[in-house]
Design a protein around this ligand. Structure first.
Ligand code: FMN
Length: 543
């Protein structure tokens, strides 16, 4: 095992929550000192985007067949919509004196470590260059005016993470959450692009150093100490325009290297009371070099179609995490449950159409309240090749009985296995850091990764496994909204207790994320306010 992988595994072990003690985090939090969730660069020209909130008539169910959605032209309106639906604000919440923004992409603790950049190579859209997206103001900050010939490749999106912003609350475990958030953001981007008839290509070959150079986040003088950004991924948006040509990464990099750079990142303001050097260590160890990457493509169609007649823009903007579930909910209809399983299965359906690797994440599901299914523990291996490995790695007592719903071939196409009957509510709650959201729902689940096989030689795979979890989570979030219920990501769980329940004894498999889905209970004391009323007010004042 190489030294970097050792560092990554050490981080992973050390940041496990255990029943006896949580992973290391701050001993106290000063909420008035919370880092600014909105990064801005002072000294940049601003590119305004059209007023957010536009509705398109694409239905959520239409996203089952993204290839049938007509491609919109690449212009300012549609670029703005892409950014809004992927990373923009979805609402403000108010409770007593507190007020906070929610976004289309969720984030652990709502701290939003993910930053989004747009690289424009099309001078007809606006000046070619590298831009930072400010979700609060729904505008772009021009960080770099590029020089040279890079036209014809449309737009790219770059994602980065400010690890410290997340670590402020979660300490050492925060690096994991930053990776989950990238997965969610990628999912959000894929859905947003699909509504416009566009697709997303992950430029996964790119080394982190080149991503940092292209986005200008390696310009250390432009950032406050500790508040720097770490590179994650570049995505090419394919707008299916006739004139789009293939990307020349070297030319793109050269044009940003020789371009004119503007602005400096404002301070995120909070006092840096605690330091978490292990996050820098793991981040360095899991940095990605240039790699050859496959184009693995699932060919299966989703086994069950969505019947949601709401617009996709509506579903995206209404997506929320449930904070409480109705523990007395009527059982979730079996068709809805199976649709969600179909949606998270790797098919040619979005967002997995952009995922270039065979699935590494499998689901162990605590079924609490689902029509026609015995409460108990179930498994959904997301790749048939891993079935035997999963069986060998988990408790010998598990039944592994394929759930056959007679008279319905569609359902039997989904590889759901019954492992154990019983009431797992209390256990699910205990495993998820005693959170009732894991027990009061219709079902909750653990995402179990095929962990060590590739990691031994490629430490950066650690991040990608969390990204895949986030991607699955984003599907669950949107699918739950589409059937009129709600879900919540759960980053807090007792790692090894989960492994013990499943019988997992080593690093071949590890649980990396939890999720829960059910009927939400609204907190009526909390007010929901429109996402961008503040922009309309500013426009009115300025006119
Ligand atoms: C990676 C991740 C982990 C999360 N973990 C928890 C959790 O353990 N418990 C919880 O109540 N909510 C959890 N959440 C939900 C976030 O708190 C929520 O996304 C955030 O407050 C923003 O709210 P929204 O999802 O309604 O936009 C998690 C979300 C993400 C993306």
């Amino acid at each position: 095992m190489n030294k970097e992988t050792e560092t990554v595994l050490n981080y992973h072990e050390r940041t496990k929550h255990r029943l006896a003690r949580y992973a290391k985090g701050p001993e106290s939090l000063d909420w008035d000192d919370q880092p600014d969730p909105f990064r801005r660069f002072s000294g940049c020209d601003i590119v305004a985007l059209p007023t957010p909130g536009a509705e398109l008539d694409v239905l959520f169910a239409d996203l089952d067949k993204p290839e049938l959605i007509p491609a919109k032209p690449l212009n300012r309106v549609n670029t703005g919509l892409l950014l809004e639906l992927a990373f923009g604000l979805s609402a403000w919440k108010e409770f007593g004196p507190s007020r906070w923004a929610l976004r289309c992409n969720p984030s652990s603790g709502n701290l939003h470590p993910t930053e989004a950049y747009l690289i424009n190579t099309d001078n007809d859209l606006f000046d070619a260059g590298v831009y930072h997206y400010v979700s609060h103001d729904h505008h772009l900050e021009k960080r770099c005016a590029v020089t040279g010939e890079i036209t014809g490749t449309g737009i790219l999106i770059g994602l980065t993470s400010v690890h410290w912003r997340e670590a402020w609350k979660y300490g050492e475990r925060a690096y994991r959450y930053c990776q989950h958030d990238i997965g969610h953001a990628l999912g959000a981007l894929r859905y947003a692009a699909a509504i416009l008839g566009w697709s997303v290509e992950l430029l996964a070959e790119w080394p982190d150093d080149d991503i940092a150079a292209l986005l200008g986040i390696n310009r250390t003088d432009d950032f406050h100490k500790h508040e720097y950004e770490s590179p994650d991924i570049i995505c090419r948006i394919n707008t299916h325009a006739d004139n789009s040509s293939s990307l020349n990464p070297a030319a793109l990099l050269e044009s940003s290297r020789t371009g004119a750079w503007f602005g400096k990142a404002d301070s995120l303001r909070a006092y840096h009371l605690y330091k978490w050097p292990i996050i820098d260590e793991v981040s360095k160890a899991a940095a990605k070099p240039y790699t050859e990457e496959p184009h693995w493509q699932p060919i299966l169609e989703p086994a069950i179609k969505s019947s949601c007649r709401q617009t996709a823009t509506g579903i995206i903007r209404q997506r929320r995490s449930a904070q409480h579930f109705d523990g007395k909910m009527p059982p979730l209809p079996l068709t809805d449950f199976y649709r969600m399983l179909a949606a998270v299965s790797p098919t040619s359906q979005l967002p997995f159409d952009m995922w270039r690797w065979a699935p590494k994440i499998h689901l162990f599901i605590f079924v609490h309240r689902v029509e026609g299914l015995d409460p108990g523990l179930y498994a959904l291996p997301r790749h048939h090749d891993d079935l035997e490995k999963l069986q060998a790695a988990t408790l010998a007592d598990f039944e592994w009985q394929k759930v056959e719903i007679l008279d319905d071939n569609i359902f039997t196409a989904i590889p759901l296995y019954h492992l154990y009957s019983g009431n797992f509510r209390q256990l699910a709650k205990t495993l998820s850091c005693h959170q009732p959201i894991a027990s009061d729902s219709g079902f909750s689940l653990a995402m179990v990764a095929e962990f060590s096989e590739e990691l031994d030689a490629k430490p950066w795979i650690y991040r990608r496994l969390f990204w895949e979890c986030g991607l699955i989570g984003q599907v669950l979030y949107l699918e739950a909204e589409a059937i009129g219920i709600r879900s919540t990501g759960i980053g807090c769980y007792f790692d090894n207790s989960v492994h013990e329940i499943l019988g997992i004894k080593d690093h071949k498999f590890q649980s990396l994320y939890h999720f829960t889905v059910g009927k939400p209970l609204e907190d009526k004391r909390m007010q929901t306010l429109p996402a961008y009323a503040h922009l309309l007010r500013e426009d009115a004042i300025n006119s």
